[in-house]
Design a protein around this ligand. Structure first.
Ligand code: UDP
Length: 421
């Protein structure tokens, strides 16, 4: 890079605050991604500012995470939680406040990396207003999502149009898996520049504790067969499939089996409603004696849960990437996952876990049983999974690839030399 070019980047994540607790309401993979990428980029020498929407008056407007890495909360609409499908109308206020922040701090972001379609609109406005270059990560594609849900929200047509426009106009799109890239091409547009750079995970944190020590810490019996779910409560996550699959397991009545469901919820909100629905199914199937809903798990305690489990199940109807799968693999725990999206990229069938058709209770039950009934194979799958994550999915590796991409984009365009006559 030209020595006069600043290594400054704005990561924009309007609805996914990188500084809040993960696992509750709508906070999930995107929040983790932005935060981890931000911190890893700062370690590589970037000045990283992560912009998000302020959701209550008490929240700090600026949080310093580490040297050169901070979260900046801008006002856009009411100072309260607003579901993501209702945020679009407040985006122009977000852009205005972004511009005011720049003026006040005498800054101008030449490069913005936007996350999710809402932020992509902000990035496209900044391009129009001040010529900022844009890198975009979708995290979820409307064209795929609307195929998997029944109630299509009113905002769908706007989202689909914005997603097409950003693919065709951003300097670079980051697909997190080859599967996501294919979907962009087949369902969104054949135009635009796409690079594949996966999501990552903290390979020091996940994998820092062994199974026995983890079970001791959590008070789980050595002989127990532990099946784990980690994630948000959202029907699309397929927790019902997992519960019904464990109910079909050969080990169901063995007294050894334990189903642990981790993830937070808020009563009355959509995730609270899904939690109640799942709990009702557990009770109806008579599984409450060996099933525990442990609530939101902090990133500090999560490695212990993954390590304690015999198998981690990711039963999503669709998953653009699926951080939980690589977190479990980094912890040496095999994964049984739906044969969809990014999970087809992260989980290698028969090598690091097993893939099953989404919502197929019997297929999930037999995949879970194959692993639970064969501890040696379980350990082998776990080892290969750990190696795969080390070599492909560390945050440091991901941030290094992003850093190279940003550097390339910020390179001043070379004027073609005038040929001497
Ligand atoms: N997560 C967490 N605590 C919980 C539940 C989930 O920290 O109780 C984290 C989990 O570790 C992962 C993220 O939330 O990093 C979920 O990301 P994923 O890509 O699997 O799903 P998404 O939420 O993006 O649909």
């Amino acid at each position: 890079m030209n020595s006069t070019t600043e290594k400054r980047i704005a990561l924009i994540s309007v609805h996914g605050d990188p500084a809040i607790e993960i696992g509750k309401e709508e906070a999930g993979g995107q929040n983790v991604y932005v935060r981890q990428v931000g911190e890893a980029l700062a370690q590589l020498g970037w000045q990283v500012d992560m912009f998000t929407r302020k959701v209550n008056l008490e929240q700090d407007s600026i949080i310093e995470h580490s040297d050169n890495c901070r979260t900046i909360r801008l006002k856009a609409g009411p100072l309260e939680f607003v579901p993501r499908d209702e945020i679009f109308d407040y985006l122009s206020e977000f852009v205005d406040n972004f511009l005011k922040f720049q003026v006040k701090n005498e800054l101008k972001y030449q490069l913005v990396h936007t996350n999710y379609w809402l932020s992509s609109w902000v990035g496209m406005e900044l391009k129009k207003i001040q010529g900022s270059q844009q890198v975009h990560t979708y995290h979820s594609l409307g064209a795929v999502k609307y195929n998997t849900i029944e109630n299509i929200p009113l905002i769908a047509s706007v989202r689909l149009a914005v997603e097409k426009q950003v693919l065709e106009t951003a300097e670079r799109i980051v697909a997190t898996s080859p599967q996501e890239q294919q979907h962009m091409r087949s369902l969104v547009s054949t135009k635009g520049n796409i690079d594949i750079i996966p999501c990552g995970t903290d390979i020091q944190r996940f994998g820092s504790i062994g199974r026995e020590a983890a079970r001791f810490k959590l008070g789980i019996d050595k002989e127990a067969k532990v099946v784990l779910y980690v994630g948000r409560f959202d029907e699309r996550k397929g927790i019902e499939t997992l519960v019904r699959a464990v109910n079909e397991s050969q080990l169901r009545d063995s007294k050894n089996i334990q189903l642990i469901i981790g993830g937070g919820s808020t009563p009355g909100n959509s995730d609270g409603i899904e939690r109640d629905r799942i709990e009702a199914i557990i009770n109806e199937l008579g599984m409450s004696g060996f099933t525990i809903l442990v609530g939101r798990l902090s990133q500090e305690i999560l490695p212990t849960y993954y390590a304690a489990a015999d198998v981690c199940v990711v039963p999503s109807h669709y998953e653009p990437f699926g951080l939980v799968a690589i977190e479990a693999m980094a912890s040496g725990t095999p994964v049984v996952a739906s044969d969809v999206g990014g999970l087809q990229f992260t989980v290698v069938n028969e090598k690091t876990g097993l893939l099953a058709p989404p919502q197929d209770v019997n297929a999930f039950a037999s995949a879970i049983d194959r692993i639970l009934l064969n501890p040696e194979w379980r350990d082998e799958l776990g080892k290969v999974g750990r190696k795969r994550v080390e070599s492909k999915f560390s945050w440091h590796g991901v941030a290094t690839q992003l850093s190279e991409l940003y550097t390339q984009l910020l390179q001043p365009v070379q004027e073609p030399l005038l040929l001497a006559k």
